[in-house]
Design a protein around this ligand. Structure first.
Ligand code: OGA
Ligand code: MN
Length: 298
């Protein structure tokens, strides 16, 4: 079968048919998907009944796996999935729905803020691949915004102003926005801030984009209130409805997105006790976006 990609939003998002992700891919197919990611930023595959091993094997087509250590507040005995997976479900290690006030659930609520995955790492991630194994009937959509289109729509003076700016990112900042601040000393060390360029260019298409994320806490050389106000303005611009695609999940969907070019967030689900079993593998990026020299702890 041929790979066909149908664009779903005026700016981005492709729906892919003609691929079975449970089987090894030809190098030609991998190349078509890589090119599709550069162009569309988000690719959607339906009816992919895959195992964890198959998801890992498919992910490795696009680079090194990012392991999920240093990215959450799970204790060693609280993992439901292996470290190759980010567990963005609402489930505990025995598969039961987390209690409303559970600390892990409180931490995961940060995924409802617009962000780019792993922007709190020195080398942030390239792609995220999220597989839907079960989903509530309503709520829990994942929304995406395409940063090259967002960048293009900025006025020229703002484009000039942001060129060369360096931002500071940490999970402490994103969780702090929701009032989550009871980090242990170890967690504070693990989540020490890192620096990123605010403007990035796609290596292949050359298109510039603005690298925004809820993990941003300040801009180097700026006073924090001014930096936060500026970032909030940029966020408002970037998440206007006309820029947003909202994905309603079906069991068997696999959605992959380019974190270098997209922001995303998950929408709330009701307190119905339904399970939302979502498993994410992540492809590591190739390197830092900015020098870390001079970086201090938060
Ligand atoms: C993620 C995330 C989205 C979701 O997997 O990176 O932010 O739909 N979650 O759960
Ligand atoms: Mn995410």
């Amino acid at each position: 079968m041929n790979i066909v990609i149908k664009q779903l939003h005026k700016d981005f998002v492709g729906e892919v048919s003609g691929l079975d992700l449970s089987k090894p891919l030809s190098s030609d197919a991998v190349e078509q998907i890589e090119q599709g990611m550069d162009k569309f930023g988000v690719l959607i595959f339906h009816d992919q009944d895959i195992t964890d091993d198959q998801q890992i094997a498919y992910t490795k087509n696009f680079g090194e796996l990012e392991l999920h250590i240093g990215s959450n507040v799970l204790k060693a005995d609280e993992r439901r999935l292996r470290i190759e997976f980010a567990d963005v479900s609402n489930l505990d290690q025995s598969g039961e729905v987390l209690k409303r006030g559970d600390r892990r659930r409180m931490f995961n609520l940060g995924n409802r803020l617009w962000h780019s995955d792993s922007s709190f790492r020195v080398t942030p991630s390239k792609f995220s691949l999220l597989s839907c194994r079960s989903t509530p009937d309503t709520g829990g959509n994942t929304e995406f915004s395409f940063m090259p289109a967002v960048y293009d729509a900025l006025d020229e003076s703002t484009k000039k102003e942001i060129e060369g700016l360096i931002t500071e990112h940490s999970l402490i900042y994103s969780r702090g926005q929701l009032g989550f601040s009871d980090f242990s000393e170890d967690e504070k060390k693990m989540f020490a801030p890192v620096r990123h360029s605010l403007v990035r260019a796609n290596d292949f298409t050359g298109r510039k984009s603005i690298y925004l994320s809820a993990h941003i806490g300040t801009i180097i050389g700026w006073e924090m209130p001014e930096a936060r106000d500026f970032i909030r303005e940029m966020m408002e611009h970037a998440t206007q409805r006309s820029f947003v695609y909202s994905h309603k999940w079906r069991v068997g969907d696999l959605v992959m997105w380019d974190n270098r070019q997209c922001m995303h967030r998950v929408r709330p689900i009701g307190d119905t006790g339904e399970k939302r079993d979502m498993r994410r593998t992540t492809v590591a990026g190739l390197g830092p976006t900015a020098s870390q020299e001079g970086q201090k702890a938060a």
